[in-house]
Structure formats: C-alpha cells, structure tokens
Design a protein around this ligand. Structure first.
Ligand SMILES: NC(=O)c1ccc[n+]([C@@H]2O[C@H](COP(=O)([O-])OP(=O)(O)OC[C@H]3O[C@@H](n4cnc5c(N)ncnc54)[C@H](OP(=O)(O)O)[C@@H]3O)[C@@H](O)[C@H]2O)c1
Length: 340
C-alpha cells in the first residue's frame, strides 16, 4: 500500500508518499481500499508540529476515508465484502488501504461517491455536535459561522439552513459570491471589516444566538461580546495559531495572549445569560454509539438532499504538499481530498 507520511514537522513539502506491506484486518475490522481521503485543518497543524493530539512524528495523518471493503477480519459478517463505505480513522487515513474497526464504518447510500463519503465524517459530525447537540440552534435564530468557506463552515451552514436559522458567515472576500449561493445570508470579510460591529449592525444590535469559532484568541473575546442573551459560543479550534506554514512561536504566543482566560468566568456567564462550550471530535472517539447515531441522522439528511458536501479540490497522493498549500493559501471553498 501507499501512505502519505509527515516525515518531520515543517512546511507542506515534508509530506512524502511511501510504500508499505498491505495491512491485514484484525478481528472485528474490515480492510478498505481507499478511493479518497479527507484533508483536515488538524492534519495541517499536526504537520506544523502544533497539534498535541497527533502521535509522534513520523506519522501517517488522516481521519476519514471513502472506499470499498475488500477483506474481513474474524467475526465480521460476509455481507460486508465489497460494500461501498465511508469510515473514520484515528490517524492513518492518508493511505490507499486502511483497516478499521467495523463500528467506525458506515455504508455509503446509493449514489454517494467515495469522495463525497470521505468529505462527511469530520466536517459534518463536528458541525452537528456544534449546532444540534451542544448549540441547540432553533428556527429563526441567528448563527455566526467563522471560516464559513471551510469544510466545517459549509457543513454548518447547510445544517443551520435545514433547521430554519439565519446564517452570518465570515470568509475571505473572494469566497462571498459562492457562499451566498450555498445559503449564507450575510457575509463579512473579516480582513477589512470588524465582524463584531458588522454582526451587531446585521442583527440590529441584538447579537446572535450561536457562534461557531475555530479561529481562537481575540476572535473569542469579540464573539462573546456579540452574543445575544441566552447566546452560546462554541469554541473548537485555534486556526489563528497557524499564522504561517511552519510553526511560529509568535503566532502561538499571540493566540495565547489574546485568549480570554478570565472573561468567561462563572459569575460573568451567569449575569450575562451566555454560554461557552467546547468541541473536540477527536476526543469523542470512544463515544461510538452517539457518533453512530449522528452518522445515521446525517446520512438520512444527505438522502433527503438537505446536506451535500462541496468538494473544493482533489489532489493525487503525490500532490499532498499542494493540498496543504491550497488550504493554507485560503483557496478552498469546501472540502479538500487526496486521491490515491
Ligand atoms: N474541534 C474539532 O473537533 C474540529 C473538527 C474539525 C475542524 N476543526 C477546526 O475548524 C477549523 C476549520 O476547519 P475546516 O476543516 O473547516 O477547515 P478547512 O476546510 O481546512 O478551511 C480552512 C479555512 O479556514 C480559514 N482560515 C482561518 N484561519 C486560517 C489560517 N490561519 N490558515 C488558513 N486558513 C485559515 C480559511 O478561510 P478564509 O479564507 O475565509 O479565511 C480557510 O479556507 C480549523 O481551525 C479546524 O482545526 C475543529
């Protein structure tokens, strides 16, 4: 098999394709011939050496794949052979062959391609946890989605629109027209506009009921201020720490220095009638039953046409460095995938 390794912490060029013997599925596992692997921002932070969850480098990153089952471990029912699936991998997904425990595998509904399948787990499970499970977004409420053009941002917009909520999105200006077409009601160019002031203006001073913020630092402070009463701020990443393409101590220190360590204390939360919650899907790995339930609900929404991953770009395995550059150059609108 071929795998893409992070050979050392550094710029995208540290990603290298290497060959290894095909893995054999253990009891309770299936082997999948991968047709597409999802690229996530966490892989980029891992490559830069600033993602604490990543196992020690050198390592094969990757959280999700789409493909077909070609071998079964002991105890797996024969009907799984040859099935088209999508699966979650806790690292190791940047490979043309993976072995995955059956309880992390979902059958792809008819008509769903392998790339579309690979684009679902991380982006849509994260958005689901943020909006439905913890954010409790309701019809006619307003949600502010940061990085609305990213994979999570588009998933969140689709789920929010399905609920009947209004979406304000922040994104680079070049992405606005397309994001409007994808359902974002109001767009803010966070580079030239102050999103706090613009959000207040758009909501006639009321503020928003929910914010999804994986930028971190100063952005969390401003977001908290612009929450309406009963509003919730969902924090789920610190992309502002990834300021360049290699680890920058300054970028990390700036993020830490601007993090609102004291603003969200219990007394201020109580008196402001606001909530702050965190999401880390990677740390939900053991919650198999809940994740399966979310997956089934999302696949139903896909079948109804309520959600549909937008594939921004696919890259061949040998082009993995370009895939990381593409995201870090902020070129993607939607999901970036690697094709073996
Ligand atoms: N906690 C969790 O479980 C979890 C799960 C998934 C993702 N996340 C986090 O959610 C965020 C978005 O993930 P994603 O997969 O949707 O992202 P993505 O598809 O890789 O897109 C990233 C987008 O974020 C924006 N961005 C903001 N800061 C950036 C920076 N420093 N460098 C490059 N792009 C930056 C860019 O859009 P603009 O051009 O509009 O700025 C870019 O297109 C990331 O911070 C990620 O770590 C967390």
């Amino acid at each position: 098999m071929r795998q893409i390794w992070i050979t050392k912490a550094g710029p995208p060029e540290v990603l290298e394709v290497k060959e290894a013997p095909d893995p054999e599925p253990k009891a309770g596992e299936v082997r999948i011939r991968v047709e597409a692997s999802g690229v996530n921002f966490a892989d980029i932070m891992g490559r830069m050496g600033i993602y604490p969850d990543l196992p020690p480098i050198p390592v094969v990153p990757g959280y999700e794949v789409g493909g077909r089952v070609d071998a079964l471990g002991a105890g797996v029912e024969g009907s799984w052979a040859g099935r088209d699936v999508l699966a979650m991998t806790r690292f190791g997904g940047y490979a043309d062959t993976v072995c995955v425990p059956l309880n992390r595998v979902f059958v792809r509904p008819g008509g769903m391609s392998a790339p579309e399948g690979a684009a679902i787990p991380v982006n849509y499970f994260t958005a689901w946890q943020l909006i439905v499970v913890m954010g409790g977004l309701k019809r006619d409420e307003t949600v502010l989605v940061h990085s609305a053009g990213g994979g999570v941002g588009i998933a969140a917009t689709q789920i929010a629109k399905h609920i009947g909520a209004r979406v304000i999105g922040t994104a680079s200006a070049a992405k606005h027209a397309e994001l409007r077409a994808l359902g974002v009601d109001y767009l803010i160019d966070y580079r030239t506009e102050d999103f706090e002031a613009r959000t207040r203006e758009i909501t006639n001073g009321r503020g928003v009921e929910l914010i999804l913020d994986a930028v971190g630092g100063e952005s969390w402070k401003k977001g908290y201020r612009v929450l309406a009463r009963t509003g919730r701020l969902g924090v789920f990443g610190v992309s502002s720490a990834a300021s360049g393409k290699e680890r920058s101590i300054l970028g990390m220190l700036t993020m830490l220095a601007t993090t609102p360590w004291v603003q969200f204390n219990p007394l201020s939360l109580m008196n402001a009638n606001k909530g702050v919650f965190g999401v880390n899907l990677g740390h939900m790995w053991g919650e198999v039953d809940r994740i399966r339930q979310w997956g089934e609900q999302l696949l139903q929404l896909w079948a109804q046409g309520a959600i549909k991953p937008r594939i921004a770009h696919t890259f061949r395995f040998a082009e993995a460095p370009q895939a990381h550059h593409y995201i870090q150059d902020r070129s993607n609108i939607g999901k970036v995938l690697l094709i073996p």
